[in-house]
Design a protein around this ligand. Structure first.
Ligand SMILES: Nc1ncnc2c1ncn2[C@@H]1O[C@H](COP(=O)(O)OP(=O)(O)OP(=O)(O)O)[C@@H](O)[C@H]1O
Ligand SMILES: [Mg+2]
Length: 307
């Protein structure tokens, strides 16, 4: 649904995008993550037809974004970073106005349904000028969906929302996927991205640092760690001996809960043997799951070292 090749964007002498490549496949949820100022909004504005690339090609819904006369030709639903509306219109009137643009008509029932969907059914007749940031964000999502587009581009859809609101929006994004839509969204809330995305792209300082299916991203080469809970408290002498096992790089924790960091090819039977030899009963033993945050921070650190 989106193919970006060697996309470059310069603002005068400043290069915001330095030749990025990315691909969003039909029917997937793609999470676009990166630090403040990495270039997420710049990329999304170009994909939405609101800003021209300096170089490179962008196909959105099969259309070249540099060849369109008006953003509406892309047939996408776009939620900008800070959606703005006419303050004197009500939520209903806003969607009516946006929905009936360009010679199209949208039924009142559809508008009500959408407002209900985004959790604004109580505010249908209220003026948008009095809306909170989170309410505007919800209205922005409804506005993006008004013409029922196949491709949705959401710039930070959940950032202005409270935890409950974030949960609502993530569920909504999942529902949209189940309806067959494709969603490309940016976020710096990594746990949100981890919860819903099929593919993750990391942008660092205008360059793509990684783009992979989420499960693959989480299999990145992060050194293994094991979390162990013991049945009885141990003394610090045992901790010292534990950290001397071959391949163990660090042991942290207290007398009952331990975390053991190891080399990449560590043989866990050495740990089990240690517990048996020292007559230590183990309640639980688990390899820690990689979190997107660990992978992301590793990418950022690598980039810092290189630059
Ligand atoms: N119109 C503009 N003129 C000059 N510089 C710009 C313009 N728009 C963006 N930039 C610069 O381009 C870089 C990327 O900005 P962008 O808004 O794309 O970042 P972002 O990844 O969306 O960050 P955030 O997480 O803060 O939203 C920043 O250094 C920004 O200052
Ligand atoms: Mg942004």
């Amino acid at each position: 649904m989106i193919t970006v090749k060697n996309l470059t964007k310069n603002f005068n002498s400043f290069s915001a995008l330095k030749g990025i490549n990315l691909r969003v496949k039909k029917g997937e949820i793609y999470g676009f993550i990166g630090q403040n100022g990495a270039g997420k909004t710049t990329t999304m504005n170009i994909l939405a037809g609101l800003s021209r690339p300096t170089k490179g090609s962008c196909l959105v819904n099969g259309k070249d974004v540099t060849k369109i006369k008006h953003p509406s030709e892309l047939h996408i639903g776009y939620l900008p970073e800070a959606p703005r509306f006419y303050p004197w219109l009500t939520a209903f009137e806003t969607l009516e106005y946006l929905g009936n643009s360009g010679g199209r008509r949208v039924a009142a029932a559809r508008i009500k349904e959408l407002l209900d969907w985004v959790g604004l059914s109580e505010a249908v007749r209220r003026r948008v000028g009095g809306f909170s940031r989170g309410m505007k964000q919800r209205l922005g999502i409804a506005a993006a969906l008004i013409h029922d587009p196949e491709l949705l581009i959401f710039d930070e859809p959940a950032s202005a929302l409270d935890p409950e609101g974030r949960n609502d929006v993530l569920n909504l994004i999942k529902k949209l996927k189940n309806m067959g839509k494709t969603i490309f969204f940016s976020s710096h809330i990594l746990s949100d991205v981890e919860r819903v995305c099929d593919t993750v792209g990391i942008i660092i300082a205008g360059k793509m640092a990684a783009e992979k299916p989420l499960p693959e991203m989480l299999k990145e080469d992060i050194l293994p760690s094991y979390d162990i809970t013991l049945q009885k408290p141990i003394d610090s002498g045992i901790l010292d001996k534990l950290s001397q096992i071959q391949g163990v790089s660090k042991v942290t924790g207290n007398e009952l809960n331990l975390s053991v960091m190891t080399d990449a090819f560590f043989d866990t039977s050495l740990l089990f043997k240690f517990f048996v030899d020292n007559k230590l009963a183990v309640n639980s033993f688990a390899r820690r799951q990689n979190r997107l945050e660990d992978v992301y921070l590793q990418e950022v650190n690598t980039n810092d070292k290189q630059s």
